[in-house]
Ligand binder design. Structure first.
Ligand SMILES: *[C@@H]1O[C@H](CO)[C@@H](O)[C@H](O)[C@H]1NC(C)=O
Ligand SMILES: *[C@@H]1O[C@H](CO)[C@@H](O)[C@H](O)[C@H]1NC(C)=O
Ligand SMILES: *[C@@H]1O[C@H](CO)[C@@H](O)[C@H](O)[C@H]1NC(C)=O
Ligand SMILES: *[C@@H]1O[C@H](CO)[C@@H](O)[C@H](O)[C@H]1NC(C)=O
Ligand SMILES: *[C@@H]1O[C@H](CO)[C@@H](O)[C@H](O)[C@H]1NC(C)=O
Ligand SMILES: *[C@@H]1O[C@H](CO)[C@@H](O)[C@H](O)[C@H]1NC(C)=O
Ligand SMILES: *[C@@H]1O[C@H](CO)[C@@H](O)[C@H](O)[C@H]1NC(C)=O
Length: 288
């Protein structure tokens, strides 16, 4: 029985490990890409307000990373319109810094390796941007900042979408916030999403029930396994019961044989053992 419980626990662990695979962890990749982007700034004599493409190692080919440095005053006055992201004017960084750097990422064919939305299919690559304090880039003390757009939206444009007007009601903008939460919102315009802060973004459409089937398989497996364990346990228990009953019957038989034996020895003609067990009572009620 203890063995069965351990197997059942193992089965449950297995299914929960599968579930936790959907947890996305791109923090280390983000830091690596940010480093590469900053190194590409070192190679140029960087002009503020110019976008630079980062050189990526061969094992990241297919991704695109670029970086721009801006003065906070410029962000406030005219905003930032680079790489498919439009950050509106009257935007401030929190906390306030004098210079900032924005690193833009396009995950391209790597998108589904690092990001997934359970139950949905991604129909656009994951793109994103991160904002850093660039007041002292040489010091290599990079502080991540957040943005306050004072209510106005940041506009994210997706180019090259193979997706028709008719799908817009089913499509959703997926936002992976920097705090690790996923948020889905309806689309009001083809190929455009909105945000209030930095993060990673993509467009998704619902899958046709395939992941739930997959879950049903796992559920069925776990349930079936449980039933199997239960049936096995019941089988063992009933076998044991049958065995003890058989032994009891055999013992009873032996008892009766013994009683009958003594009766034969006694020379009496009583036909059944049970009757011999009760004392014979005479018609008039007195004992012999
Ligand atoms: C991912 O896992 C970490 C720890 O394992 C947890 O702190 C974080 O909230 C998880 N993120 C999501 C989106 O589930
Ligand atoms: C790419 O290769 C570099 C070494 O050249 C390594 O440090 C890095 O972890 C690799 N990145 C990925 C995503 O495999
Ligand atoms: C993405 O495409 C590039 C070629 O454009 C290829 O070298 C790379 O291996 C691909 N990455 C993935 C994760 O498929
Ligand atoms: C941002 O730049 C794109 C071209 O890169 C341009 O088409 C678009 O109109 C610009 N948006 C604003 C609000 O200036
Ligand atoms: C953004 O800035 C405005 C004006 O400076 C302020 O009223 C608002 O509370 C700020 N919002 C956040 C989320 O910090
Ligand atoms: C859009 O697609 C064309 C051809 O399919 C390609 O040349 C171009 O680079 C793509 N643009 C982007 C932004 O991916
Ligand atoms: C994460 O950030 C998003 C927006 O940036 C916000 O709406 C959400 O409440 C945050 N969640 C947590 C747990 O901090």
């Amino acid at each position: 029985m203890n063995g069965n419980l351990i197997w059942l626990a193992l089965g449950l662990c297995f299914s929960s490990v599968l579930c936790s695979l959907e947890n996305y962890t791109t923090d280390s990749l983000d830091v690596a890409l940010q480093d590469l982007a900053l190194k590409s700034l070192d190679r140029h004599r960087p002009h503020t307000g110019a976008l630079y493409k980062a050189m990526l190692p061969a094992n990241l080919s297919g991704m695109k990373v670029s970086i721009v440095r801006l003065r906070s005053r410029r962000l406030w006055n005219i905003g930032a319109n680079f790489s498919n992201f439009h950050i509106p004017s009257r935007t401030i960084t929190v906390p306030h810094v004098r210079r900032l750097a924005i690193v833009y990422q396009d995950f391209g064919n790597w998108s589904s390796l690092y990001y997934s939305v359970p139950g949905y299919l991604m129909i656009a690559p994951v793109t994103g941007f991160m904002v850093f304090d660039a007041s002292n880039v040489r010091a290599r003390r990079i502080t991540k900042l957040s943005l306050n757009t004072t209510g106005k939206p940041i506009v994210i444009r997706f180019s090259n979408l193979t997706f028709s007007e008719g799908m817009i009601s089913r499509a959703r903008c997926a936002t992976f916030s920097s705090n690790g939460t996923l948020h889905l919102s309806k689309m009001s315009m083809l190929s455009v999403c909105y945000s209030q802060d930095q993060g990673h973004f993509t467009i998704v459409v619902p899958l046709k029930r395939r992941p739930s089937l997959w879950y049903l398989w796992v559920l069925g497996f776990v349930l079936g396994f449980g039933v199997l364990v239960l049936v096995g346990y019941l089988g063992v228990v009933s076998l044991k019961l049958l065995k003890t009953k058989k032994i009891q019957v055999m013992e009873k038989q032996a008892d009766e044989d013994l009683v009958l034996d003594t009766i034969w020895v006694g020379g009496s003609k009583m036909p059944s053992a049970t009757v011999t067990r009760t004392q014979p009572v005479l018609e008039d009620g007195s004992f012999p």
